[in-house]
Design a protein around this ligand. Structure first.
Ligand code: ADP
Length: 247
């Protein structure tokens, strides 16, 4: 049986995800250790987003098991799902901020839903927005911000609840190289503070520049695992689109 008492915050055992006859994920077995910085790479359609969706409980597995922080997702009652989700912060390529709420309100919502007190919310939200350099834009609405600024707010929203795990689905996919570098720098910083960070990206240049473990998905299968040496400390990324280049 599965040993739940180990140094891994995420364990996936022979996981499948099917959409009708389509196998989006096939026999995925993967351990992610506490405080790891992990890339999930692979071309478009390889199953990266699907894998993240299983981890943040947006979708169920078709077969296999996933443990998050010792909890078996297939045995989590509906009542406990919100509690489990609070362990996870999520960042999307298209930011997914609420356009009719201010920057402050977008970030505060996470803590409001978790039932935190108003004073604590105010303090925490301002502090995290200061960290990502958005404290001057508290009262702005997302549509007036640049893509890079919106993603910094989205990073703030993902980390404000002190999640154990941060999942990012192509977080730099819509950004210019300077903004991408800034966002990656923040993700690195939150990783250093103790979060486990998992980034899905097809951008191999980003992985080369950042360094860390990368697992490769191809047509739903985990193909290879590798450790990429951090080549440079310069966070200015050239946003390559060289899907064919081997790492
Ligand atoms: P990636 O994130 O690597 O681009 P996805 O995880 O989005 O890949 O998709 C993996 C495969 O699963 C693709 O072939 C995609 O078309 C398919 N897929 C994803 N979501 C659905 C869905 N809701 N219904 C049917 N097929 C899906």
């Amino acid at each position: 049986m599965i040993d739940e008492n180990d140094g891994n915050i995420i364990r996936m055992f022979h996981v499948y995800r099917r959409y009708g006859p389509k196998n989006a994920l096939i026999d995925i077995t993967l351990d992610v250790s506490k405080n790891e910085f992990l890339f999930i790479t692979g071309p478009s359609g390889a199953g990266k987003s699907t894998l993240l969706k299983l981890l943040y409980l947006k979708e169920p597995v078709s077969e296999g098991q996933i443990l998050i922080d010792g909890m078996n997702l297939s045995r989590v009652s509906a009542k406990r799902i919100p509690f489990l989700r609070r362990k996870i912060g999520i960042i999307f390529q298209d930011y997914k901020l609420i356009p009719t709420k201010t920057v402050f309100e977008n970030v505060a919502l996470v803590l409001e839903v978790a039932g935190k007190k108003r004073r604590l919310i105010e303090k925490k939200v301002k502090s995290v927005l200061r960290t990502v350099g958005m404290e001057e834009r508290l009262n702005s609405f997302p549509p007036v911000l640049s893509g890079g600024e919106q993603q910094r707010v989205a990073v703030a929203r993902a980390v404000v609840g002190d999640p154990k795990i941060i999942l990012a689905d192509e977080p730099t996919g819509s950004l210019d190289s300077e903004s991408a570098g800034i966002v990656m720098d923040f993700l690195k910083r939150f990783h250093t503070r103790g979060s486990t960070v998992i980034i899905a990206t097809h951008d191999k240049e980003l992985i080369r520049k950042t360094g860390g473990r990368a697992v490769h998905l191809k047509e739903g299968r985990l193909k290879e695992k590798m450790n990429i040496e951090h080549r440079t400390s310069n966070i200015e990324h050239r946003m390559g689109n060289d899907e064919e280049t081997e790492l």
